[in-house]
Design a protein around this ligand. Structure first.
Ligand SMILES: [Zn+2]
Length: 290
């Protein structure tokens, strides 16, 4: 793990908010150990909130190797009884992308002006579901380290820069990574000057009631079904448990990230999405590579 002394987006001063326990699944999958505590910190400048210390590249690699594979699902289910194989399969269901695709197309119509979008790259987009059919007539590509086959109509690529995309989309990835600027810098290497870049993340708060109630319910289920495991997490720090999402963005911190990497910001906003697991708010921003 890497202990940081400043904000990983804007290098601003950070302050410690709370102790937070690492989820049993993460502790087991990454380190083969029982849960332990880290700090939840917030940047005084841009408001970015994240867990410290950060995962290093090898730790991220162990967490996401075989992401959502059968082996992954079974290991996660051993700690989290609600993470069944059907729940795992639903997360990748094509129907869950329809609403997101419609909203994204609307944002592009409103803010991308008269730019012609002929080539779209989904950077870190799993099978590329989000870009499939997003803009009629545009060629669509997906770059994902998992190496999972792309959906029909989308071309999987190992060379994101070679796609020469007019629009690069990165959706629901930045909340998982320890160093968001590094990922955005990699994305920008694949973007031509003037190319559009769209970033999208969950707009979550570690202190939101719905989140805290969910954590309490999960610990309760754990207590009934995995009592030994539950004993290791029954403490106040489990309210702010660190799981896959190691970052909490707001519209402001996402826009700060984009500017900090030299992008020209076109627009930023948020929207509410109704899904099977309830409603979720997402923050987005659209900019151009310079
Ligand atoms: Zn900051």
């Amino acid at each position: 793990m890497i202990d940081v002394s400043g904000c990983v987006i804007c290098e601003g001063e950070i302050r410690r908010l709370h102790q937070a326990i690492v989820a049993p699944f993460l502790a087991r999958r990454i380190w083969g150990r029982t849960p332990f505590c880290v700090d939840l910190v917030r940047c005084k400048n841009c408001g970015f909130t994240f867990y410290n210390p950060r995962l290093d590249a090898a730790e991220e690699g162990r967490l996401y190797a075989g992401y959502r594979s059968e082996e992954y699902q079974q290991m996660r289910h051993a700690s989290e009884p609600w993470y069944t194989s059907s729940f795992n399969a639903d997360l990748a269901s094509p129907s869950s992308y329809d609403a997101r695709r419609r909203i994204l197309a609307g944002i592009l119509r409103e803010y991308a002006g008269n730019r012609e979008i002929r080539r779209i790259l989904d950077y870190g987009g799993d099978r590329g579901d989000l870009v499939c059919g997003l803009i009629e007539g545009a060629a669509t590509f997906v770059y994902d380290i998992s190496g999972i086959p792309a959906v029909e109509g989308v071309t999987s690529t190992a060379d994101p820069g070679g796609c020469k995309a007019d629009l690069i989309i990165n959706s629901n990835v930045l909340e998982h990574v320890a160093f968001p600027r590094r990922l955005l810098q990699d994305i920008l290497k694949a973007a031509p000057v003037g190319g559009l870049v769209f970033l999208e993340v969950p707009w979550e708060s570690p202190f939101g009631w719905s989140r805290i109630i969910r954590r309490v319910a999960q610990v309760g289920i754990m207590a009934l079904t995995r009592p030994n495991l539950a004993r290791s997490v029954v403490r106040p720090s489990s309210f702010y448990m660190m799981h896959e999402h190691v970052n909490y963005f707001t519209e402001q911190s996402l826009a700060t990230l984009m500017r900090s990497c030299g992008c020209a910001l076109i627009a930023a906003g948020s929207y509410v999405l109704d899904g099977r697991a309830g409603t979720a708010r997402l923050a987005w921003c659209l900019g151009t590579a310079t």
